[in-house]
Design a protein around this ligand. Structure first.
Ligand code: TTP
Ligand code: MG
Length: 406
């Protein structure tokens, strides 16, 4: 049986929360992001403001020039978080198969729920109604056999939309749409494709796979699949690990920098590999150290964007290690590295353009080789050192203790 996946996204979320709290703002051009005389960009614009060309990411000064009569609001994050929690609680009442993607966006697997609600379409109407009644917010919902098609459908249906793509119709639904509608296509990819004479999603799906691969590497394949409406990603339930970490206790306490750094590199590769396997990126990296006297410290660093490459995890860990270990420190008993604040890749990021994406592809290639031949089939210069330190062990040095916190 084909899956029925819903993508639910609130319309003009930050602005709509403000309008729900202050009826005077309803039906008017409203912008959340800050006062127009300040630097900064539009975070959210009401649909009335969008009629004047305003959109998220536009400098506030431009927004003010295009629509001086708009009400500009600074915004307050706790209000939006509170509304988001209520929104997710309503969705959870409808199905436990729920994945929240951001504050105002979620996927819900509704496969098999027809018998309860009459049809999935009816279920979506009931969801929209409850959100309207209880939160005074508008949700747009796309329904399809996969995440990617459901997301395109909900965005196309905005505002206050509901659009269901029948099973088997995915490809023909996507085909006439401009390529920018496909999640993951950023400005640069769009330019390259336009340069090749490709303007619609259907034209991407008709391109030979090899041609796409030659322009976009491994991402070309994903692009081809998505453009054809093929996407096996599952709705991931809460309870999936919220953080991933690896740590090791040394056989003998050590002050040796190269041993600490080699171990850190090895643990970073383990964490990176697990992160990629889960299809996530991390925004927070944490180093853990336990000294010989059992004093334990942790140090965090938050990245500007999500990342899942070994290199970034290690480089960040190394910086934290260098700061945390002044010269003359006492010996280290345990070292660990972890990642948290896990996000879905590719929402704000341009999936195909960034150099981080390229590094990720390299990491994935290494993952594949390791899967086939064992983790130590590929070693970086640094982890080779560990062979001398732990010569008796083969694959994996048996030194890491996995810990997945939920
Ligand atoms: P979106 O769902 O992308 O935007 P939206 O809800 O305002 O409008 P719509 O879905 O109807 O197109 O993002 C949700 C919220 O996230 C948005 O209200 C404000 C915030 N946000 C930012 O702070 N900066 C941004 O660049 C974007 C895109 C969103
Ligand atoms: Mg939204």
């Amino acid at each position: 049986m084909a899956r029925r996946i819903m993508h639910i996204d609130l319309d003009a979320f930050f602005v709509s929360v403000e309008q729900a709290l202050n009826p005077e703002l309803r039906g008017k051009p409203v912008v959340v992001g800050g006062r127009p005389d300040r630097r900064g960009v539009v975070a959210s614009a009401s649909y009335e403001a969008r009629a004047f060309g305003l959109h998220a990411g536009m400098p506030l000064s431009t927004a003010c020039r295009l629509c001086p009569q708009a009400t500009f609001i600074e915004g307050s994050f706790p209000k939006y978080r509170h509304a988001s929690q209520k929104f997710m609680a309503i969705l959870a009442d409808f199905s436990p198969f729920l994945e929240s993607v951001s504050l105002d966006e979620a996927y819900l697997d509704a496969t098999g729920f027809e018998s309860i609600y009459g049809s999935i379409h009816q279920m979506a109407i009931a969801i929209k109604q409850r959100i309207k009644d209880e939160l005074e917010l508008c949700a747009s919902i796309g329904i399809a056999s996969s995440k990617v098609v459901a997301k395109v459908a909900s965005e196309l249906s905005k505002p206050d939309g509901l659009l269901e793509v029948a099973d088997g119709e995915e490809r023909s639904f996507l085909a006439p749409l401009p390529i920018a509608r496909l999640p993951g296509i950023g400005k640069k990819t769009e330019r390259i494709l336009n340069g090749l004479g490709i303007n619609t999603i259907g034209e991407i799906s008709s391109m030979p796979l090899d041609a796409l691969k030659s322009h976009f590497g491994a991402s070309g394949e994903l692009l081809h699949r998505y453009a054809s409406g093929i996407d096996d990603r599952e709705v991931k339930l809460p309870g999936a690990a919220k953080s991933i970490s690896r740590e090791t206790t040394f056989g003998k306490d050590t002050k040796d920098r190269s041993q600490l750094e080699a171990t850190l590199r090895y643990l970073s590769e383990r964490v990176g590999s697990e992160l990629r396997q889960r299809g996530k990126q991390a925004k927070c990296i944490t180093l853990k150290l336990r000294y010989a006297d059992f004093t334990t410290i942790t140090r965090h660093h938050t990245l500007r964007q999500g990342n899942n490459t070994d290199q970034t995890i290690f480089d960040t860990g190394l910086q934290l290690l260098r700061k945390a270990l002044p010269p003359g420190n006492q010996p280290v008993r345990l070292i660990g590295i972890g990642v948290s604040n896990l996000i879905e890749p590719g929402r704000q990021l341009d999936m195909l353009d960034s150099s981080a994406q390229r590094l990720e592809q390299l990491n994935r290639a290494i993952d594949r080789i390791r899967k086939k031949y064992g983790f130590t089939a590929i070693q970086t210069g640094r982890t080779l050192l560990l062979k001398d330190i732990f010569p008796e062990t083969g694959e994996g040095y048996t030194l890491q203790t996995p810990s997945l916190s939920r």
